[in-house]
Design a protein around this ligand. Structure first.
Ligand code: A3P
Length: 409
């Protein structure tokens, strides 16, 4: 964070909106090569998401503030965006009570979850299942270095029947960023330019390809490699997870687990309550409680789902062990996935692994902090004992954590 950013946080909220507005004006003027006086803070913005794109890198650098699609509705003018940001810089209130029911407040908005059973299943693939902020991007990129695996950024395919409905739903709910992982996979596998990848995706959408056909397309293009799909939102609904068993022959599942404390803290610090709006089985107005509810429900869904999958097709990977003992865990994962061990998985920052967005600008979909490291950082395992969210974790969270062999408190 820059000094200017710290000053904005330290300021009384009543004065902050004006100061943020001046800051946004100067950033916009520099980005657009205009004078500050040429920037009209009251002007209507027809495309709020473009405004977000304009400010995203500077907000991250100067204020340590990631901004997402659910911030966009507030960006109808610079003035409104400044007011929104001024409020967002206030610390999240400390919850008065623990979570009683992790599903309370949820408002599922993704439509029916039933899927047709495919007459012919896709050839085997592997899925990395986890709650968000569990180190899934690191694991995905580690596996992406293996020559016998194809492990692209989050595909966000499994929950949908076909591509047209997927496109409409992502547009309707404000999650078009979920298209970026597939775009990246298409670009990597088929080559060409980012625009070519967008055109190919547009064809899949306009021709309404079945999701199984899209997976099949990727599997044809990747050759003998095994597809690894790591998309944390699959765990947001138990029926979504079951789609993997319907669509794939003998799919394998890596359940990546992480202590709830650092996962919850990271969720709030990274403002994932603004990335993930009120569209899921879990929700809370308070970001600390929302983070906890999502950690608990995602892990509960995965545990429940895996009860119906034979043991040989599932592997639990513990984040804290992954980062402190990557070779031991890496060998275990390779054996589980049926590929020989390859030391490339221990050097996630080496070589081309689709860690940049398909446009080449910024980090790929997943953890934007991944590129702030340069190796597997074993010290982050210690956050399990050093970081404590402000709330007492609810009973369901405590029980789920115990089931995953974590100690709380
Ligand atoms: P923070 O950076 O907020 O601490 P996910 O990819 O599932 O969203 O998880 C993100 C988290 O993975 C990061 O959250 C960080 O704790 C951890 N992580 C990212 N890169 C890492 C690395 N190189 N080594 C160890 N842990 C890493």
């Amino acid at each position: 964070m820059t000094e200017q950013g710290s000053a904005l946080y330290a300021m009384p909220i009543a004065l902050r909106a004006e100061a943020v507005s001046a800051y946004l004006r100067s950033v916009a003027a520099a980005a657009l090569d205009l004078g500050v006086d040429d920037i009209d803070v009251e002007a209507d913005c027809a495309h709020p998401e473009h405004l977000l794109d304009l400010f995203r890198p500077r907000l991250l650098r100067d204020l340590g503030l990631p901004v997402y699609g659910n911030d966009a509705p507030h960006c109808t003018s610079l003035r409104r965006f400044a007011q929104h940001l001024a409020a967002e810089l206030e610390p999240e209130p400390i919850p008065a009570n623990p979570v009683a029911d992790p599903y309370e407040g949820g408002a599922w908005a993704w439509g029916p979850v039933e899927r047709h059973v495919a007459s012919q299943r896709n050839r085997p693939a592997a899925f990395v299942l986890s709650a968000v902020r569990s180190g899934s991007t690191l694991l995905r990129v580690m596996l992406a270095g293996h020559p016998a695996l194809f492990s692209p950024p989050e595909l966000h395919l499994l929950p949908f029947q076909s591509m047209k409905l997927r496109a409409h739903t992502l547009e309707r709910l404000g999650y078009t960023w979920m298209r970026r992982g597939l775009l990246s996979a298409l670009l990597t596998l088929e080559g060409g330019t980012p625009l070519d990848a967008e055109r190919r995706l547009a064809v899949m959408e306009s021709e309404d390809w079945a999701i199984t056909r899209v997976y099949d397309h990727l599997q044809q293009l990747e050759g003998q490699r095994l597809l690894v799909d790591k998309t944390p939102t699959y765990a947001f609904h138990p029926e979504w997870l079951r789609c993997a068993e319907l669509a794939f022959d003998r799919a394998r599942y890596i359940h990546l687990v992480r202590h709830p404390n650092p996962a919850i803290e990271s969720f709030v610090r990274m403002r994932f309550h603004r990335l993930l709006g009120r569209h899921w089985l879990a929700w809370d107005d308070n970001a600390w409680l929302y983070a906890e509810k999502l950690w608990t429900t995602a892990n509960l869904h995965i545990l429940g789902f895996l009860e119906h999958v034979e043991p040989a097709r599932q592997l639990r990977v513990v984040y804290e062990e992954l980062v402190t003992n990557p070779e031991v865990v890496g060998r275990r994962m390779c054996e589980f996935l049926g590929v020989p061990f390859d030391a490339a998985i221990l050097s996630p920052y080496d070589g081309a692994r689709d860690t940049l967005d398909y446009t080449g600008k910024g980090a790929a979909i997943g953890d934007v902090n991944f590129l702030r490291h340069s190796a597997i950082d074993a010290s982050l395992a210690g956050l399990s004992t050093s970081i404590h969210p402000p709330q007492r974790l609810g009973d369901a969270t405590q029980r789920t954590a115990e089931q995953l062999d974590y100690r709380i408190g």
